[in-house]
Design a protein around this ligand. Sequence first.
Ligand SMILES: Cc1cc2nc3c(=O)[nH]c(=O)nc-3n(C[C@H](O)[C@H](O)[C@H](O)COP(=O)(O)O)c2cc1C
Length: 158
Amino acid sequence: MSLDPDAFRAVMGRFASGVSIVTATDDAGRDRGMTVSAFASVSLHPPLVVMCIDQTASMHDTLTSAQYFAVNILASTQEPIARRFASTGAQQFEGIGYRTGENGVPVLNDVLAFVECKRVSSTTAGDHTIIVGETVAASVRDARPLLYYRGGFAQLER
Ligand SMILES: Cc1cc2nc3c(=O)[nH]c(=O)nc-3n(C[C@H](O)[C@H](O)[C@H](O)COP(=O)(O)O)c2cc1C
């Protein structure tokens, strides 16, 4: 018997997470980004991270073929950026401050932290693809995180 999708969502929605924008450059050299909460650390030696990307996402093929990507962890003030990058749009980066990181991928301004990663594997898992990257550059700053919980954005109370 397979689990009802709503029951699965109800459980997983109670696992509070941060919110990130995964960025990369597509084959045509265009900067792309998408909002991702399925992001976690995997290993310290070497420093591996993982993210899970919907196979129907317009950025899926870019992320499974890109040599490098960045994961920009959002600060509490950046909910509008999370909303913007959760839908397709040619003007995703318009009005948003960013620079090109050491490996040619976009890094957003004023994020809580970011990692730049070299992709090491892409593995199909159900309707998503698990992408593992090795961190090659990273930075943090002091700010509060943006959270995602039970289908909505949230803030730390402490
Ligand atoms: C808070 C939040 C977290 C999300 N996390 C993920 C995720 O971990 N993996 C994923 O594939 N899509 C995730 N999405 C959905 C994608 O951001 C969204 O489907 C994608 O940007 C749509 O792109 P497209 O319309 O260009 O296909 C998330 C959306 C939001 C708002």
